[in-house]
Design a protein around this ligand. Structure first.
Ligand code: NDP
Length: 324
């Protein structure tokens, strides 16, 4: 037995319930993990609202760190007491303890704390694939990054800047803009700037940016396409304002033969080798100081509903943690 947040229906933060749950002993290839820190992610709100459907009763949460409590048969390379982290599906991180597939757990290096891991595994691997797989940045590129002061945003801005990329951030308040600048953005455009496209074009001498990393979705999609240079790449990777509506591919042709990708982090870490390569890159970037994880909000796990309210109301910056 342990306590966890579960949902029995889709809806607002009020559907989150803190309850006792049964946990079976670990089966073959499974590990029982006691969570010490749980990451809060915008994707959790999509699971809660039903934008990304789940079957009930459903757990929530896709990123956590903790300690191996027990192991089933056929588990290799792990021991009871090891510090581990994970990111992935099915959701279920909002729990004191959970079972997870041993081959999806990552041992944490001694100098990466549980809180840093829980605040950066999903967000940091997202930053990694955005910059190294979706649009492969090169030193000297200029890119546009939405929600630059958010969890994914602060990590992506820092990592890009460390690679010699010029990052134009987007943020909704002066405080967020200052944070984005301190984390590698050369310039920051206000999210509600009325001359948004003209401002970005001005910053690129009329040319447009090499890539847009757009996590806002519905409200910004076409404005983002308008900010791209000829042959630029639109990376539409989130729906903070709602899902992008269907549209004609001609929209890409008439703006200069653009490329469009709609990626999801889990497709970049499907195999054990991919997971190890990506987490290895993240840990190396942390250890080299190329990126620093900023945890600006913590909540007791039982109060996850309050965390969802803050995240959706744009009140958070950097990473947020839920603490069991
Ligand atoms: P953030 O910490 O970035 O929080 C979301 C931010 O989005 C807000 O702070 C706000 O910043 C901005 N925003 C703009 N419009 C809205 C709106 N209408 N409602 C709420 N927020 C808005 O969250 P995460 O770091 O967890 O995730 C960032 C984005 O990346 C999300 O869209 C998420 O879905 C996406 N994502 C996608 C992944 C993928 O692989 N496809 C993986 C991980 C995350 P501001 O006020 O400055 O505009």
């Amino acid at each position: 037995m342990g306590k966890a947040i579960q949902i029995d229906r889709f809806g607002g933060p009020e559907v989150l319930e803190w309850r006792e749950v049964e946990i079976a002993p670990p089966g073959p290839g499974e590990v029982l993990v006691r969570h010490t820190a749980v990451g809060l992610n915008f994707i959790d709100t999509y699971h809660r609202s039903g934008l990304y459907p789940l079957e009930f009763p459903a757990g929530l949460g896709t990123e956590a760190a903790g300690e191996v409590l027990a192991m089933g048969s056929r588990v290799q390379g792990l021991q009871v007491g090891d510090r581990v982290g994970w990111l992935g599906l099915p959701p279920g991180a909002y729990a004191e303890e959970r079972l997870y597939a041993a081959d999806r757990l990552v041992k944490l290096p001694a100098d990466v704390t549980d809180q840093t891991a829980a605040a950066s595994l999903l967000k940091g691997l997202t930053a990694w694939y955005l910059l190294h797989r979706s649009y492969r940045v090169q030193a000297g590129d200029t890119v546009l990054l939405y929600a630059a002061a958010g969890g994914v945003g602060l990590l992506t801005a820092q990592w890009a800047a460390s690679l010699g990329v010029r990052v134009i951030g987007v943020a909704s308040t002066a405080e967020k803009a200052a944070l984005a600048r301190a984390s590698g953005c050369s310039e920051v455009v206000a999210a509600d700037e009325t001359e948004f496209v003209a401002r970005v074009r001005e910053l690129t001498h009329g040319e447009g940016v090499a890539a847009v990393y757009d996590s806002v979705g519905k409200d910004t999609f076409f404005q983002s396409l308008d900010c791209l240079r000829t042959h630029g790449t639109m990376v539409s990777f989130g729906n903070a304002s709602g899902a992008v509506e269907p549209f004609s591919p001609m929209e890409l042709a008439r703006r200069g033969s653009l490329f469009l990708t709609r990626p999801a982090v889990f497709d970049f870490i499907r195999t054990r080798e991919e997971l190890e390569a990506a987490t290895g890159a993240l840990f190396a970037a942390l250890q080299a100081g190329a990126i620093r994880v900023t945890v600006n909000q913590t909540y007791p796990l039982a109060e996850a509903a309050r965390a969802h309210q803050d995240l959706e109301a744009r009140r958070t910056t950097g990473s947020s943690l839920l603490l069991p």
